[in-house]
Design a protein around this ligand. Structure first.
Ligand code: HOZ
Length: 426
């Protein structure tokens, strides 16, 4: 499929921006070739600058749970914009969004709105250190929590896609304070806490991993980690930037019956506009300035447009049957992909939780970083381009999650599976 306008724009962009992009995974380094430049999105479909249409499974990396430009959200943004795009001062929509989050996620007694998921995880880590007076942070190999110094250690997503070692620029003295564990191995976590538990400020985890592709937590694993944290006085932080309001209205913590000390949010709570949030136990959140001494601030925090979009999105998501519909669509897609991979005698598996899924070109369903790494990323790259040329836009990396939206209907799933049938035969 020719994309001359995309090509020309990419040439221009490369002269202006590192790699021609504003976030690394978009550059297609994980699949080869050149990125597509898009002109518009409507529902489940994206249109590129050359006029080609694609069923979109990136969904802006998670926020677009109703697809592109859902009317209630665009109307809310337009209405808010008429009243001013930023105040840098308190306003009522902040309260409304905070109330909606708190009502859906009972572990969140108090919340602070910020402008991105990375900002939320940065603040949560600082808060955990400030609250406990300890320095060590535990994270999981291949989990990604934003481009945050303390968390760019054995990180997934773009770091994994580009095959980078831990990022230069993160001081070694800081990286030393971040300990890593394999996902889904409770015994290793027990051993670590037995030795260092008294120095650990917090453990941060993607409860359903989306940044090594989708990895599913084993039964009891997350609760086991929460118990360990409680026993050793460390905070249990669920990074629900991706999973919040995505795998369940109450996030992964509702799905798995967890009560984290702190939770980070982003993506869906901003309805497709730049937003993040962190919240949790009232006594922990009371340490944040101006109530407490742990400093965190932001000029655009609680932005009127972003809060309007988030409120509209969460209200739509609260309607009955929404998550059941999403589950049905995603399950049909996952099953269809499994059947087509099997029909072509491919060693492939589909990991899925709710509307997050990954087709791994791996013999067994990956369950941790090491098993995800065994996937054939070159084979994924061929599949990706086969799908792209047939009008399906997947995440351009084996190590990212695909997102199904409520705008994906029978026609989009049928189109996708027909494309997959052909792309998998190549
Ligand atoms: N790191 C994001 C996915 N896990 C990608 C962000 C982007 O490129 O927009």
């Amino acid at each position: 499929m020719d994309r001359p306008r995309s090509h020309a724009l990419f040439e221009k962009a490369r002269a202006l921006m590192p790699g021609g992009v504003n976030s690394p995974v978009r550059a297609f380094r994980g699949v080869g070739g050149e990125p597509v430049f898009f002109k518009s999105g409507a529902g489940a479909w994206l249109t590129d600058v050359d006029g080609h249409r694609y069923v979109d499974y990136v969904g802006s990396w998670g926020p677009l749970i109703f697809g592109h430009a859902p009317r209630p959200v665009t109307e809310a943004i337009a209405e808010a914009a008429q009243g001013g795009t930023s105040f840098g001062a308190p306003h009522e929509r902040e309260i409304e969004l905070a109330e909606l989050i708190r009502a859906a996620v009972p572990s969140v007694q108090k919340v602070r709105l910020v402008s991105s998921g990375s900002e939320a995880t940065t603040a949560a880590i600082r808060l955990a250190r400030g609250f406990t007076g300890r320095d060590l942070i535990v994270k999981f190999e291949g989990c990604y929590h934003g481009a945050v110094d303390s968390l760019l250690v054995k990180a997934g997503s773009g770091v994994e896609t580009l095959g980078l070692p831990d990022s230069p620029g993160v001081p070694a003295d800081l990286a030393r304070l971040t300990l890593t564990l394999p996902f889904n191995d409770l015994e290793r976590a027990r051993e670590l806490f037995a030795h260092r538990g008294a120095q650990i400020a917090a453990l941060i985890i993607e409860p359903v991993v989306g940044n090594m592709g989708v990895l599913v937590p084993r039964d009891g694993y997350l609760q086991g980690l929460a118990d360990l944290c409680q026993r050793h006085g460390a905070l249990f932080i669920c990074d629900e930037v991706m999973t919040g309001f995505r795998v369940h209205f109450g996030g992964a913590q509702a799905l798995y019956g967890l009560k984290p000390d702190l939770t980070t949010f982003g993506k869906i709570i901003g309805g497709g506009l730049p937003v993040g949030a962190y919240g949790g136990r009232a006594d922990v959140m009371a340490r944040i300035a101006p109530e407490g001494p742990v400093y965190q601030a932001g000029t655009l925090s609680g932005n009127p447009l972003a809060t309007a979009a988030g409120i509209a999105m969460l209200k739509e998501l609260a309607r009955p049957g929404v998550y059941e519909r999403l589950e049905g669509t995603a399950a049909r897609l996952a099953q269809g992909l499994r059947e087509r991979a099997a029909a072509h005698h491919l060693k492939a598996s589909v990991n899925r939780v709710g509307s997050m899924l990954t087709l791994f070109f791996a013999p067994e369903p990956p369950f941790d970083y090491a098993s995800a790494k065994k996937a054939d990323a070159a084979r994924f790259g061929r599949f990706f381009h086969g799908m792209l040329d047939r009008g399906v836009y997947l995440p351009p990396s084996q190590f990212e999650a695909a997102f199904v939206s409520l705008a994906h209907g029978e026609a989009e799933i049928a189109h996708t599976l027909a494309a997959a049938d052909e792309a998998l035969s190549e």
